[in-house]
Design a protein around this ligand. Structure first.
Ligand SMILES: Cc1cc2nc3c(=O)[nH]c(=O)nc-3n(C[C@H](O)[C@H](O)[C@H](O)COP(=O)(O)O)c2cc1C
Ligand code: SF4
Length: 518
């Protein structure tokens, strides 16, 4: 029987040498005359173990990692093809605690299937949600999504079903589904993992969105820094089109839906939905004032659903298992699961999909394993560059939109950056202002001018120039940016700045004269 060896094609694994490993494995198969084939799968998201190679044996999959090309010959000597023991053996990957503790709904197939095999996708439950959607009325599909409690995973947490209903209820000759795959937040990679590891789930989710709202055309706007995601999505769209999943008669139904992949030009603000729409239309990526809402007048002035990759990729499971199944996970108004991305100075960096409700402490200490440097965790930034810094004293905060907002924080796209006790929070606050100054689209004054003044004022504090007065000035400036900015780039930059000042005041205190002189 032909042995199947899985080697990830995911960017994270490639960055860690997966291509060299794949070449070495192919060479060993040939030299040893083995009856084996290589499948380039996505990643399971355990990045400290990548490149992680898996072999399908009669007793199930056996994993090895992290593997480098020089380990490959010894792995084959140890009987890798039949799951033999080796110092890099990890056993059954599903039993690795980081994976075993997860609730994988959206990422159920990621790292398991061949990303570009529609047959594999179907064999692992794919397309059932779309089949169900085709058999229902658009209003019932929208109701399912609303009832599931799914909220946008791009950052704002807006209920997905309500957005879809606005588009469904707006009459127009053409409507669009736009997938936001700009994924600009620090510490985030969930969108990329899905697009590279299970692209059909996104295609299925977008097609369901089209059927539910009456849109016949979709666009995936992917950041240019993701060439592998772009290539995988393009190929997957071709495969889906050829199989009749996309096209004038989606899966033999009267519904038409097709899609295109578009590559962004590399600005953080192009992740903001209206800026993204301008960029898609070939204009400069500058924020549009709302109203009108994109759901009413979006791409090319037509009603448009704009959703994050994970929001759309979570729809097939809702439509397959039903709204209640999805809603049963989570807490409060945060329903279902969320792919938490652990990065920065974390021992076990990777993607952890779980129902809402884990505490930040559980995520950082137990799942993330603390810092890779072994030093104490000082701060955790949650929600990307516009997210607040949480100190250890707030580690009992549950992962829930409302609980984070109550602590002046945000979940955002669920990226977590861990910092050890060597972090200087004044520098981090300065970085937030500097980031805003560089990435500002320039449309409104609080953001464009405020961020530059913010950098200057924090520099004065760092140089002991009237520190008390300048701290008060930064606070005042943050209030102006928070309440006076047109979009969340200027409006949320105060979160990292003020959380750094409020939770780590010692880093903003005037340096004692003797120390400053050293
Ligand atoms: C500066 C800025 C950058 C953003 N970047 C992204 C991004 O990279 N990906 C994303 O999905 N949403 C991003 N958003 C949020 C989008 O504007 C929008 O809320 C989201 O695409 C809606 O989809 P959802 O409802 O599925 O979350 C950003 C917002 C702002 C203000
Ligand atoms: S807050 Fe900043 S990024 Fe947003 S519209 Fe204003 S200037 Fe542009």
């Amino acid at each position: 029987m032909t042995v199947t060896i899985y080697i990830p094609r995911d960017s994270g694994a490639l960055a860690l040498g997966a291509e060299k490993v794949a070449k070495a494995v192919a060479q060993e198969i040939e030299t040893r005359g083995l009856d084996a084939k290589i499948v380039r799968n996505g990643s399971r998201g355990l990045y400290w173990l990548e490149p992680m190679v898996e072999v399908a044996t009669e007793a199930g999959r056996v994993a090895y990692g992290p593997i480098s090309a020089k380990d490959v010959a010894s792995l084959f000597d140890a009987g890798l093809a039949s799951g033999g023991e080796h110092k890099l053996s990890l056993g059954d990957p599903e039993k690795i605690p980081f994976l075993a503790k997860q609730t994988r709904l959206t990422f159920a197939r990621c790292g398991i299937t061949d990303p570009l095999s529609l047959e594999d996708y179907r064999n692992h439950g794919g397309l059932k949600g779309l089949e169900n959607a085709i058999a229902m009325t658009p209003a019932d599909v929208v109701k399912q999504v609303t009832d599931s409690g799914l909220r946008g995973r791009g950052g704002a947490g807006f209920p997905t079903g309500i957005k879809w209903k606005t588009v469904l209820d707006t009459t127009a000759d053409r409507k669009y589904i736009v997938c936001n795959a700009d994924e600009g937040d620090s510490a985030t990679f969930a969108d990329r993992m899905i697009m590279e590891g299970d692209p059909f789930v996104l295609i299925e989710g977008m097609t369901i969105a089209g059927i539910a709202t009456g849109a016949t055309k979709g666009f995936v706007y992917i950041r240019s820094e993701y060439p592998h995601a772009v290539a995988t999505m393009q190929k997957a769209v071709e495969v889906a089109r050829k199989a009749g999943v996309l096209g004038v008669n989606v899966m033999g139904s009267p519904n038409a839906f097709d899609m295109e992949i578009r590559v962004g030009a590399g600005a953080y603000v192009c992740g903001e939905e209206t800026s993204l729409l301008n960029s898609l239309e070939g204009k400069r990526g500058i924020v549009r004032a709302k109203p009108p809402l994109p759901a009413i007048q979006g791409l090319f002035g037509k009603p448009t659903v704009i959703n994050n990759v994970i929001s759309l990729a979570s729809v097939p499971i809702v439509m397959d298992r039903g709204a209640q199944h999805y809603k049963d996970f989570g807490m409060g108004r945060s329903r279902g699961t969320i792919p938490i991305q652990i990065a920065g100075n974390a021992k076990h960096g990777g993607l952890f999909e779980a129902a809402f409700g884990l505490t930040l402490g559980e995520i950082v200490d137990e799942i993330g394993g603390g810092t890779v440097t072994g030093r104490p965790v000082k701060a955790v930034q949650v929600g990307g560059p516009l997210g607040a810094y949480f100190p250890r004293s707030l580690f009992d905060t549950p992962f829930d939109y409302e609980a984070f907002a109550a602590k002046d924080g945000l979940i955002g796209h669920a990226g977590i950056t861990v910092f050890d006790d060597s972090a200087d929070m004044l520098k981090q606050a300065r970085f937030a202002m500097e980031f805003c100054a560089i990435e500002s689209c320039g449309k409104c004054t609080p953001c464009r001018i405020g961020s530059t003044r913010g950098v200057e004022t924090i520099d004065k504090i760092a140089h002991n120039i009237e520190p008390e007065k300048n701290l008060a000035l930064v606070t005042d400036l943050c209030n102006t940016m928070k309440f006076g900015s047109l979009c969340a780039l200027g409006g949320f930059t105060p979160y990292p700045v003020m959380s750094a000042i409020n939770h780590f005041p010692e880093d903003f205190r005037p340096t004692p004269v003797a120390q400053a002189a050293e």
